[in-house]
Each structure stands twice: as structure tokens, then as C-alpha cells.
Design a protein around this ligand. Sequence first.
Ligand code: ADP
Ligand code: MG
Ligand code: ZN
Length: 479
Amino acid sequence: MQYEAVIGLEIHAQLLTDSKMFCGCSTKFGSEPNTQTCPVCIGMPGVLPVMNKKAIEYVIKTGLAVNCNIAPYSRFARKNYFYPDLPKGYQISQYELPLCEGGYVEITDNGASKKIRLTRIHLEEDAGKNIHEGTGNYSLVDLNRAGTPLMEVVSEPDIRSPKEAVEFMKKLRIILRYIGVCDGNMEQGSLRCDANVSVRPSGQKELGVKTEIKNMNSFKFIEKAIDYEIKRQIKILNDGGRIIQETRLWDSDRGTTESMRSKEEAHDYRYFPEPDLVPVEVEQSWAEKIKAQLIELPDSRRNRFISQYGLPQSDTEILTSEMPIAEWFEKAVKLGGDPKAVSNWIMGEFMRLLNEENKQIDECALKPEQLVGLLKLIDKGIISGKIAKTVFEEMYRTGKDAGEIVKEKGLVQITDESAIEKAVDDVIAKNSKEVERFKAGDENLLGFFVGQIMKATRGKANPKIVNELLRKKLSAHTA
Ligand code: ADP
Ligand code: MG
Ligand code: ZN
């Protein structure tokens, strides 16, 4: 029997507001436990929540970026459950009236594009964190995270493979980072994903029974966990069993999903409208104002880079993957850099150096105008392409201009024929054996000679002149 996988994701994104959703506490990550709390976010009796307008704005912004309808009227609700990281005994969330509905995210898989529809985006508050450490029979609770604004994006079950799930998540992450509403840090948990997975016989319309998988904190784990879960379900069905609707935990050490609890239903949570908060009314003019501030999104920027600068698709994928990279690229081009040359430098040396230090492009000293300066030196033949790499790295490390580095280090290309000729003669004189072999037909040795000359001139000889002179001299020898 052939099976088809059906996947829907529920993605939680912590919003980049300075303060929490319903109080003034800081949302900063990594502080001493329980130092960013107040009576509101630790759920003291009698306190009243106050909405964070910025958080609502960020959800509207996200909704507009992914083509949702923004609800003119929405409402918060209490989701009741008992857990030590939830001091109030309920989470303020949204239930029957979320801020955004509909919309879609477009993904590309093997060149084909596909729309993954969204069900809704709503706003809620994050819970604290339980810390299980040591061997004592206790757990610790850190409430710094309790009350952090959390946006939940729910997809329709439109995803058909682990790879598509990852593409969807990556695309959403890029958009959230672009518009500046979430830092997308999956390791620190500011972006989290639960995957709902079911399988059905190919061709069947009706959906199969799903399980929900939690605890995947990287793209790699999302792919692996869903892949494992699909295979697990197919095996059960092939063995004549039934899938039980439940929540399962991904265990990255074992590479498996393990049953955690039977699935809770909405009615288990006793949802009811939050009586301490007024409904949210979004005026059309506010939504329009937010829309006007939306910057160019990754997809349209990518298409523009292709049509405007004639770049290959693969270049534009990387250049538009982060807004600061796209901005850096475009600034260099506006300053006169050749688009493809700028792109090559960014994708090659620049990315390599940034990755080495785990740095972002806008965190480093090297500015677009400096790359343009380097390109000019190459174009004018003042430095060779090889030397340019050295200069680039030096610019990256020191933030100095290319011209300054070239002068300081004496890296100007040698184009004086007589100087190069001397080096060529030396190398030929010192390597008579190789010259014999070359004469006997071993043409591959040309590279060896070029290498020796470059070494002797510390990489500064103009390669074109070196090649010309070498060929001339060596064939003269042959004659
Ligand atoms: P629940 O009420 O159990 O949380 P929802 O209907 O709210 O379920 O859907 C939660 C997520 O599960 C959504 O992303 C949805 O697309 C997805 N989903 C729903 N049914 C299925 C299914 N049969 N297989 C896979 N995913 C599903
Ligand atoms: Mg749900
Ligand atoms: Zn607080």
C-alpha cells in the first residue's frame, strides 16, 4: 500500500518587544532566573493585565506579510491548565477570535513553488521554564519567560513531506526576521515548532489520525522527527494497527518520537473570554499604516534581483536570505560595484569569514564602499585576483581600505615585463629537469612553472604576462 504524509505546523515565535505582553517586565534572554518578574506575570491575585500595543502591531505586521485577513475585532481568551511553569493556572491566548486568519506562505521545492495556506495567527503569552537538574527529587522554575509575547502561526495540513515542512519553516523564519518581529533563534527557543503528522492511503481524500510532535529545536530535527513519525505510522498501519491521537516527544539522542500524553481537546482547556481585557479593535487606518511600513519582502526582492541585476537564481536565494545581506549587496551595487562580482565576493570569501566567526554581515567592520574600492583595484590591474583575496581578508579583519592595505604591504601587481622576465629566467634556469620534461611533451608542467614564478614574486606578478613570457621562453628553449 502506498501512503501519503499530511503535515500541519504550529509555530510559536517570541516577539521582539522590549517588555512582556501584559506587564512592563523585560523580555531579555539569559538573565538570572526570576529577576524579570512582577506580580502580574507571576499571577498574584488581584492584578490586572495591560496589553502591549507593540506586540499587537507585530502580529498585524506578520499577518500582512503573509497575506492574512486582519480581524477588525478580536479577543483574548483564557486557556486553563495546571502546570508549574504557569503561575496563573491559565494562559492568556486567543481562541475563537484570533487577530489574523487565512493567508499563505509560498515555498519552493525543486524549483516548483507551492502555497502553504495558513489557518490563523494569534497572540498569546509564553509560559515560564521548568528546569530539571541534578539528582534531587525536585524541579526549579524560572519565570523570566512567563508573559513574553508569543505569536502562534497555524498552517493548514498542506505540507506533504519533511522537506516541505522545513522549507515552510525556513521561509517563515526569513520573513519574521526581515520584518523584525522575531529573531528566529531556534536554539534559544524564540522560534519553536510543533508538527502534526498523519498518513493516508495515496488517493484517499479523508485525513488520517494525526499525532503532534514536540521538542524539535532545529531544522535538522524537524526533518528527522517528521520522517521518523511518518515511517512509524506507516509501519503500524501495515501491521494492521491503528494510530492513536496523541502528543509525542522527539528524542534527538535516540532519533525517535516517544509518546508523551494522550491528545487534549479544546474543551479540556475550558476556554472562555478573558474578562480582564477589552476586545482588540484594529482600525483600518492602523492596519494601513503598518502596511505602509512593510519593507520589501524576501520573495519580491529576490525576483527583483534577478530581473534588475541579471543574477542567477541561486545567487539571489543567498543574497535575500537575510535583510542585512540584501541591503549590503545593494549598497555596494549602487556605489558602482558590478552586481555579479559583488555577489561572488559575498557568497564566497565574505560568507566564509562570517561563518568562521559566527557573525552577521552588519556586525563587521567591512563596508560596501570598501569592497567597491577593492573591485576597482582589480579592474585597473593594480592587484591580481589572488592578492585581492588576501586584501579582502585584511579589510575584513581591520576595516581598512583596500588601497591602504595594498600600499602598506607592497602588494601592487608587477606588470613590468622586464621584472617578470627576470623571475621567469631564474625559474627556468633553476629547474632544468622540469624544462627537459616539458620539452619532451609534459605540458602539464606549465602550472608548476607559473607556481614557482608566483612564489618568487610573492604572488604579485601579473598572471597573464607570466603565462605569455613562460610560453615564449619555453618554446624558444625547445627550438
Ligand atoms: P487540534 O484541535 O487537535 O489542535 P487543529 O485542527 O487545531 O487540531 O490543527 C492543529 C494543526 O494540525 C494544524 O496545523 C492543522 O493543519 C494540523 N492538522 C489537522 N488535522 C491534521 C491531520 N489529520 N494530519 C496532519 N495535520 C493535521
Ligand atoms: Mg491546536
Ligand atoms: Zn511582569
